[in-house]
Every structure is written in structure tokens, then in C-alpha cells.
Ligand binder design. Structure first.
Ligand code: HGY
Ligand code: MN
Ligand code: MN
Length: 412
């Protein structure tokens, strides 16, 4: 079976890693940042050098195509891709692998004139990591973007999406026009690192994703009373931070004990106000995230945690405010794409295992428009969203060759 060039792919992975590179390794490349925009220009250049037609849509998504100039219902395309934006202090493979392996596959198809009846397109979706709004570019492409909220979309440090997009040369008011006609797509398949330990611990080289978790994020703010940190008797304090801490520990235990076994939760952003050492915190603010592949489970846990927050506030004599920030719907992957990945893995002599994705991905938006699926490769030590995220070259090669033949299979 034909193979893609692991040397060229490895060189491009190292090439992209230069943009936003951190001194001790890893990368910070937030969407719309100067490093990201330089990376976008570099990627478009690599796509053109590979013989692809390239364009960027109004939501900042970059496309490279074989056999098409644009998306059109006349010639439904087989699409692959992922993202080139990263979390702060992230790894060099999360997202980059799927974009660059997709590029390498199309480069191989072009140079070896491999047969494909349908156009093949590789995408780099903007702001997948959601510095401003999670899965932003693929949401816009899939017609799932709530344009009424675009003015309020902002990073945790307060920078607004509209400022960042404008600085990068995009008009945020047009992002909703990125919407594609669903008839212009035939299938979507994304290659990604698993970002967890399951495949490596099972010794399985190829993961076949069956479902992708939904992710709910809420801002939970406990409001007590600022007071002197020295003179206020302990029993009279209405400490907003301690209420938030009490809630976080109880909510974590609740999700673990009463969730589905695949439910997870996290409190990745914590703010204390006024936030100085000699004032009893008036406010303790948490960004509370929870995930599960099953929509009813996610809804139930959210309701139960809201009730828990109110009980904790009452017992501690403070108030609580709960604001829904975002919610992505869980997605089920398409049987046709799952079957294609499994058939190709078998032809390549690679063991595969079905699993759910505990990370969110652009594929869950594409699944609302077309038959979508994902291929995972093992993450070394299950590490991701940290500078030492890595996968070995052999794993990358196996994953990219599986992607190559899955794309050819789907484009027959
Ligand atoms: O957060 C996630 O699940 C993904 O890595 N953006
Ligand atoms: Mn990520
Ligand atoms: Mn990712």
C-alpha cells in the first residue's frame, strides 16, 4: 500500500513548532496572535508548495484542496483537518498533527497521482482551543455560531475576540458567513493524538473514535463580604473564596461518584476578589467545566451541581451566581467512517480499538453536517496540554498512513 513521507511530515511538524516556541520546549500559539498569524501564512505556503489550492474563510479557517477551488454541492468533498492554535504552554502535536498529516496525505496523493473520485480538502480550524470561544472556526463553518454573542466572546484575561480578530485583519461581524452548504461535504475524518493513556496502556496503535464528549462551562461566583483579615472574628467572616473551595471539592466528588464513569470535571480558572492578603475575600469565582459523552448525564450533573452550589452558599451565609458560559453537544461518529478506519487499519496490519474521545474536537461540529469520524494515535505517557506532550515517530507514521488510506477509501 502507498505510504506518505514521514520525513516530510516530521519536518513540517518541527517547522510549525517554531511559531510560538517556548525556551524550555512546547509552544504557546493562541488563535489570532502574531505567532498564530505567522503560522497561518507559513501553512498556506506549505499547502501551495504541495500543489494545493488554498484559501482562508471569513472565520479564519485555512483550507488546502485537491480537485476543488471552493466547497460546492456539485462536487461534495472529503474533508480532513484539525487546528494550529494551541493552549498556553501546550505541546507541538495537539491539532498540528491532524493539519500537517492531512497536508502530507494530500501532497502524497498529488505527487503519486493516487485515484480519488471526490475532491480532498484539509482544514486548519480557528480557535479550536477556545481562548475566546471554543471550536470557533468549525462552529462558524457548520452554521453553529451564535453571532449575537460575538461581542461578548473574550479570553479569561479580558481580551475580546472582536479586538483579536480585527488585529489579525479579519472582520468579526462576517464570521457567520463562513457557513458551508452541507451538500458540499461527503465526509470528514480527523487525525489527533489521544491526549490520554488508554491506547498506550492497551498497546493499541490506532484508536477509532465512536463518540466525542460534550463540554459544559459555567462561571460560579460565591459572594460574601470583604472584611479585615486580622480583626474580623473567624466565626463572623463571610468568605467568598472558602465557599468556592468547598463547592469545588464537593462538586468534584459528586461528578466522580454520581457521573457515568466517563464523566470528568475541572476548575481551571479561579479568581478571588479583591485578591489581596489582608482582606477576607468578598468573591470567589470559579470556571466550572464538566464533560461526558452522554447528553442526559451532562444535563443531570449540571442541575445537581447548581443545587449543590446553592446549598453550600446557604450554609456559609454567602450568595451564589451561576452563569452558563458555553456548552458543546456530544457527537456520535458515523458508522461509514468508523468502518473505513477499521478496514484500513486491518489492511495495514494495525490493531485498532474503538473508544470515546474525552477531549472536545472540531469533528463534533462537522458531525452535525456530514458523516464524521476520528483516528487517534497513542500519546506518550498520556500527556497533553503540557509542554512535554509527545508521540513517537512510528506512531505518527502509522496514524498518517491510516489517514491517507481512509481518505482514499472515503473518496472512492
Ligand atoms: O479541551 C479540549 O478538550 C480540547 O483539547 N480542546
Ligand atoms: Mn487541545
Ligand atoms: Mn486538539
Amino acid at each position: 500500500m502507498e505510504t506518505m513521507s514521514i520525513h516530510r511530515l516530521d519536518a513540517r511538524i518541527k517547522g510549525l513548532a517554531r511559531f510560538g516556541a517556548l525556551p524550555g520546549g512546547g509552544v504557546t500559539r493562541s488563535c489570532w496572535s502574531p505567532a498564530h498569524e505567522e503560522a497561518r501564512a507559513w501553512l498556506s505556503g506549505e499547502m501551495r508548495a504541495a500543489g494545493l489550492t488554498t484559501w482562508v474563510d471569513v472565520a479564519g479557517n485555512v483550507f488546502g484542496a485537491l480537485g476543488a477551488e471552493r466547497f460546492t454541492p456539485q462536487t461534495p468533498a472529503v474533508l480532513t483537518g484539525s487546528h494550529i492554535d494551541t493552549v498556553p504552554e501546550g505541546g507541538i502535536l495537539d491539532g498540528a498533527l491532524g493539519v500537517l498529516a492531512g497536508l502530507e496525505c494530500l501532497h502524497t496523493v498529488a505527487e503519486k497521482s493516487l485515484p480519488h473520485r471526490r475532491p480532498l480538502v484539509v482544514a486548519a480550524w480557528s480557535d479550536e482551543e477556545g481562548r475566546y470561544a471554543s471550536l470557533f472556526g468549525s462552529r462558524a463553518f457548520c452554521g453553529l455560531l451564535d453571532m449575537s454573542r460575538i461581542d461578548s466572546m473574550a479570553a479569561v484575561d479580558g481580551e475580546r475576540l472582536v479586538e483579536a480578530m480585527t488585529r489579525a485583519g479579519f472582520d468579526p461581524t462576517k464570521a457567520g458567513e463562513a457557513r458551508v452548504d452541507p451538500a458540499a461535504l461527503s465526509a470528514y475524518v480527523e487525525l489527533h493524538i489521544e491526549q490520554g493513556p488508554r491506547l498506550e496502556e492497551a498497546g493499541i496503535p490506532i484508536g477509532v473514535v465512536e463518540a466525542i464528549v460534550g463540554v459544559r462551562r459555567s462561571r460560579v461566583t460565591f459572594v460574601g463580604q470583604a472584611d479585615h483579615a486580622g480583626t474580623t472574628p473567624m466565626e463572623r467572616r463571610r468568605d467568598g473564596f472558602l465557599a468556592a473551595a468547598d463547592y469545588a471539592l464537593k462538586a468534584r466528588d459528586h461528578v466522580v461518584k454520581r457521573g457515568s464513569g466517563r464523566s470528568v470535571t475541572n476548575f481551571g480558572v479561579v479568581r478571588v476578589h479583591p485578591g489581596v492578603t489582608n482582606i477576607v475575600p468578598a468573591r470567589g469565582e470559579l470556571m466550572h467545566e464538566m464533560r461526558d459523552p452522554d447528553p442526559p448525564t451532562l444535563e443531570r450533573l449540571a442541575r445537581q451541581c447548581d443545587a449543590l452550589a446553592k446549598r453550600v452558599a446557604k450554609r456559609r451565609g454567602v450568595d451564589v451566581q451561576i452563569e452558563r458560559i458555553s456548552a458543546t453537544a456530544p457527537a456520535i461518529c458515523a458508522p461509514r467512517v468508523i468502518a473505513a478506519i477499521e478496514a484500513v487499519s486491518g489492511q495495514l496490519g494495525l490493531a485498532s480499538q474503538r473508544l470515546h474521545s474525552a477531549a472536545g474536537h472540531d469533528a463534533q461540529n462537522l458531525a452535525s453536517l456530514t458523516e464524521a469520524g476520528m483516528i487517534f494515535i497513542p500519546s506518550t505517557g498520556g500527556k497533553s496540554h503540557r509542554v512535554d506532550e509527545t508521540s513517537d515517530t512510528a506512531a505518527i507514521e502509522r496514524g498518517a498512513n491510516t489517514l491517507l488510506h481512509t481518505l482514499l477509501e472515503l473518496s472512492r
